[in-house]
Design a protein. Structure first.
Ligand SMILES: Cc1cc2nc3c(=O)[nH]c(=O)nc-3n(C[C@H](O)[C@H](O)[C@H](O)COP(=O)(O)O)c2cc1C
Ligand code: SF4
Length: 461
């Protein structure tokens, strides 16, 4: 997968660059020498003189919430390692970056790998892990090479290996390349894959990784961006970091904006300090000429779609239009969707919603691991029915059947892929039912079913 650099691209004035400080910076390269010029590894040096519990408390005080999708507080997760644990503890950096619409971790890896390695080394020290893995998807071969080189450099300078900087702390980081599957981004599927098995997610409870993770030992799984924040939290202090962003939605985060805007791309902003209107009009230069906003998927393809003309009445009394929504975890959830992995997909009035949901359903049907029946069968049926709709060979009843298939998946599966694949369908039908039905052609519906039966009887899916 080619990574496009934009050297010299000036960050937008609304951005607050912490994690992406060095991304696209002229004269900056991924070497350790470059990183060291700007105080690189100073936070690791400081951390190694601190009590582990103090570091965990700083991360808790920062309010950092995971940037991989669920937005779970990082410090709280770290605190879940059983206090009586006697087994080895592992740290895993989730660099699968598989959620459609998300493209941030790869830029950190390509352009500032030592920021990640420093964040990981500090995190390992804090949670008591001597061994860490970076699980990177197959499609990032260059990223894997860059990381291997950076790890070797960190070793040479004594920031990894045995007795780091004379502290008595040992730490090794290994890069593990996945084979390229969405489900390997789900933390327990990832762990199974790392153990050399088929990535069937594990059921939670009991298999919460912080208690029963890699090799059934306590394991902290964090996203690339989350682990980079740890370095900045130590640099600023947790309380100072928490002043960035908004209450309960602290710090900065990288928004990945794609779709029908003039300037799609990545933008690092304080969480909740910019609204959807500011994302579209200021950061991204507005919609395409002559076009109107139709819908937005605000947090990666699994997030529920929001319609341009919706009004959101929140429990705190606020009433917001789509453009008023601040880009934070809590408001996005209160509006019925999620901030997820930061992938914001903008759709204008040129987009067919039948096409969009079919595109998503094709993805999910391909990526289901097949372990649970509702997901394996349901995702395939959602693809087949939406194939019919876009082909103009569905009956309007098919839209209701599609909705009922999605409803049979949600909440009935081993992992959250069940929700990830049913939420798009449920929300698109709820919000664009008439459009989907108007794409149906009842007179051709029999033909589609006959064709599908032929395919099925020939043993093809
Ligand atoms: C189907 C599915 C795919 C996921 N893909 C990713 C991914 O590519 N990268 C990621 O960091 N988290 C992904 N997650 C979330 C992880 O399971 C896990 O919550 C996350 O890595 C924890 O890191 P964080 O707390 O730093 O966000 C995915 C979850 C699901 C259900
Ligand atoms: S929900 Fe889907 S992806 Fe997750 S375990 Fe079940 S079949 Fe696999």
């Amino acid at each position: 997968m080619a990574i496009q650099y934009q050297p010299g691209k000036t960050p937008h004035s609304r951005e607050k660059r912490l994690i992406f400080k060095n991304v696209d910076r002229v004269g900056y390269d991924p070497s350790i020498d470059c990183y060291l010029q700007d105080g690189g590894y100073d936070q690791l040096k400081a951390a190694l003189k601190m009590e582990k519990g103090v570091i965990i408390n700083e991360v808790k005080a920062s309010g950092l919430r995971g940037r991989g999708g669920a937005g779970f507080p990082t410090g709280v997760k770290w605190g879940f390692i059983p206090p009586t644990n006697t087994k080895p503890v592992y740290l895993i950096c989730n660099a699968d970056e598989s959620e459609p619409g998300t493209f941030k971790d790869r830029y950190i890896i390509h352009q500032d790998p030592h920021q990640l390695i420093e964040g990981m080394a500090i995190s390992c020290y804090a949670v008591g892990a001597k061994l860490a893995y970076i699980y990177i998807r197959e499609e990032f071969p260059e990223g894997a090479k860059i990381l291997d080189k950076a790890i070797a450099e960190a070793h040479t300078k004594g920031f990894l290996g045995q007795n780091i900087l004379g502290s008595g702390f040992d730490c090794e980081i290994y890069v593990h390349r996945g084979a390229g599957a969405y489900i390997c981004g789900e933390e327990t599927g990832l762990i199974e894959s790392l153990e050399g098995k088929r990535p069937y997610p594990r059921i939670k409870p009991p298999y919460f990784p912080a208690a029963l993770g890699l090799y059934m030992c306590p394991t902290i799984v964090n996203n690339v961006e989350s682990l980079c924040h740890v370095k900045h939290i130590l640099q600023m202090g947790g309380a100072e970091y928490a002043k960035l962003g908004t209450p309960n939605n602290t710090g900065t985060r990288i928004l990945c904006v794609s779709g029908d805007v003039q300037k799609p791309g990545y933008y690092e902003v304080e969480v909740g300090k910019v609204t959807m209107a500011e994302v579209i009009d200021d950061l991204c230069g507005g919609l395409k000429p002559g076009r109107k906003l139709k819908a937005i998927i605000p947090g990666g393809s699994s997030a529920k779609v929001l319609r341009a003309d919706e009004r959101f009445k929140l429990k705190d009394g606020r009433e917001l239009g789509i453009l008023d929504i601040p880009m934070d975890f809590d408001t996005m959830a209160a509006c019925g969707s999620m901030a997820g992995s930061g992938g914001v997909i903008i759709m204008d009035d040129s987009r067919s919603m039948s096409w969009v949901i079919n595109n998503l359903n094709n993805f999910y049907a391909h990526e289901s691991c097949g372990q649970c029946t509702p997901c394996r069968e349901g995702s395939l049926w959602m693809k087949k029915i939406s194939d019919r709709i876009v082909a103009g060979k569905a009956s309007p009843d098919d839209v209701d059947t599609l909705e009922s298939v999605a409803n049979q998946i949600e909440g009935k599966t081993i992992c959250a892929f069940g929700e990830a694949c049913s939420w798009p369908t449920q929300s698109f039908i709820k919000k664009f039912r008439d459009e989907l039905k108007s794409d149906c052609k009842p007179e051709l519906a029999g033909q589609a079913v006959a064709e599908e039966s032929l395919v099925a009887s020939a043993g093809l899916r």
